[in-house]
Write a protein of this length. Structure first.
Length: 94
């Protein structure tokens, strides 16, 4: 898994993630959320996810699949996620 160097990494393809997955030295948890025009619900969902207690030695990430949304889903997700100072990165995939 690639957990990125910054808090927000945009990927348009899954190839980089797949290549990183094959590197068994970095295994962790990826929470994948698929959304189409889910901006009105994402803030609450991401708040609950950001507040989870996760062991510090467990790498984890949140991947939001923005399925052609027209309601600002990606922007709402980033705003909600970074408001909680979560140690895990959020990636928005279009």
């Amino acid at each position: 898994m690639t957990f990125g160097n910054g808090p927000d990494v945009r990927e348009d393809t899954a190839e980089a993630s797949l290549a990183s997955y094959r590197d068994s030295s970095r295994r962790g948890v990826s929470l994948v959320i698929c959304s189409h025009n889910g901006a009105s619900r994402l803030s609450a969902v991401l708040t609950h996810v950001a507040l989870q207690r996760v062991p510090q030695d467990l790498p984890w990430e949140v991947i939001l699949v923005d399925n052609a949304s027209t309601d600002g889903t990606g922007t709402v997700a980033r705003t909600a996620w970074f408001a909680h100072d979560s140690p895990a990165p959020l990636r928005v995939v279009y």
